[in-house]
Write a protein that binds this ligand. Structure first.
Ligand code: ATP
Ligand code: MG
Length: 383
């Protein structure tokens, strides 16, 4: 016996047509839990927890005045070696190189005259929604482009998901990397996007150049090296016409800072992070053909980003501190902080409010496994 009924929205033939997925497959996906009912923030919607056919994970189908579809942001694959990968992939002959900003992915859309910010999985994030409305002036853009979804990166230090300092941003800023259509997810070309954003005074990510496939690898290696020195993440390489999938490539320093984070909570995060970052470094070292000194610097950077944070955590736990990270967000009152914590709980992130001071809430996210295991080993537990 099926104990739940299909959500009324999912039962509508129009949804199947808009997504180009047969009703029966949608229904099956619902029973499997791939698709969930989503009723929050006065939205009646269905959320794609996983991809289904060509429909990306993170897609939201929303019951508005009409049925709205905000498609998930497509996954961007990575090159390990630029030269062979670019030659093989960018068959159009040219590569537009944009800076890859290190923050979190946000899709902003207007639904029934309200502006919502969705995070990667298709959740409305109350903090991001509030901040997006504060930082950006979007009314005119959405009045004139109601069928567009603004895809961008929320960056800066007052950032509860990925806190990273950019001198030009400071506490919190938003940089736009794609404008896509509702329903189909069709992106504007690189130049059309930039022109449209310019018209509305909205800030795009930096365009670092458009190169022929032949010259691109060398240029990009230089660019990424330089970004790395400035503690910046890397690049996303795009077909100027946006007909081909974009690719990403990141600096050694970005790899190191992710390792540093993961190894601060070794039993919660390290396993998922380590292998892929090591592989990236190996191939980058090969392609960058570095001097002995540079190579040694890379090796040291990697080693240090593994050992020091882990040692730091072991010492902390030994001192009786808890393995946890503190997120800081701006709030106007206690309720806003609590609302954000409820949102984190929806995402299965355990977090508690530490304090609210000077308009900032400190929220503690505990890394339980790290805490328990490190304590166990400190008491003689065997590995
Ligand atoms: P996923 O690829 O699924 O997003 P991930 O955590 O591995 O997961 P990243 O490695 O950060 O993601 O790379 C992809 C993300 O980079 C995009 O989802 C987007 O949020 C971000 N990004 C930053 N700058 C750009 C840009 N210029 N163009 C496209 N994406 C960008
Ligand atoms: Mg990222």
């Amino acid at each position: 016996m099926r104990e739940k009924n299909i959500p009324p929205l999912l039962a509508q033939e129009e949804v199947s047509q808009l997504l180009n997925v047969p009703s029966q497959r949608l229904e099956e996906a619902y029973w499997k839990g791939t698709i969930k009912n989503y009723q929050k923030h006065n939205l009646e919607a269905i959320q794609f927890r996983k991809g289904l056919g060509s429909v990306e994970a993170g897609t939201m189908v929303i019951m508005g005045e009409e049925i709205e579809v905000i498609r998930g942001f497509p996954k961007i694959r990575r090159t390990l070696l630029l030269k062979p990968a670019l030659e093989k992939h960018f068959t159009g002959g040219n590569v537009a190189v944009e800076e890859k900003m290190n923050g979190y992915n946000v899709r902003i859309a207007c639904i029934d005259h309200r502006i919502f910010a969705f995070t990667r999985g298709g959740y409305v994030c109350p903090y991001t929604t509030r901040k997006a409305n504060e930082i950006l002036d979007l009314d005119l853009f959405f009045q004139e482009n109601p069928d567009m979804v603004i895809c961008g990166e929320m960056v800066g230090t007052l950032n509860p998901y990925v806190s990273h300092y950019y001198p030009e941003v400071g506490k919190l800023g938003f940089r736009i990397f794609d404008l896509r259509k509702k329903i189909t997810n069709t992106p504007l070309t690189v130049m059309d996007k930039r022109e449209l954003l310019e018209e509305y005074g909205l800030e795009p990510v930096r365009l670092l150049g458009i190169f022929s496939v032949k010259e691109a690898p060398k240029k990009i290696l230089e660019i990424v090296k330089d970004l790395g020195y400035k503690d910046r993440e890397g690049v996303v390489m795009k077909d100027p016409m946006m007909q081909l999938e974009p690719l990403k490539y990141t600096s050694s320093q970005a790899q190191a800072s992710e390792l540093e984070y993961a190894l601060s909570y070794p039993f919660d995060l390290a396993r998922a992070f380590l292998f892929s970052r090591i592989i990236r470094e190996g191939f980058q070292a090969y392609e960058m053909a570095e001097t002995n000194d540079e190579l040694r610097e890379r090796a040291l950077r990697m080693g240090e980003s593994i050992i020091y944070p882990m040692l730091g955590t072991i010492k902390k736990v030994k001192e009786g501190e808890i393995a946890a990270e503190d997120l800081v967000i701006e709030v106007e009152n206690q309720e806003e902080a609590e609302e954000f914590i409820r949102h984190l709980r929806d995402l299965k992130v355990m977090a508690t409010l530490v304090e609210i001071k000077d308009g900032k809430a400190v929220i503690r996210r505990i890394h339980q496994s790290t805490n328990d295991k490190v304590n166990n080993y400190l008491q003689g537990g065997l590995y």
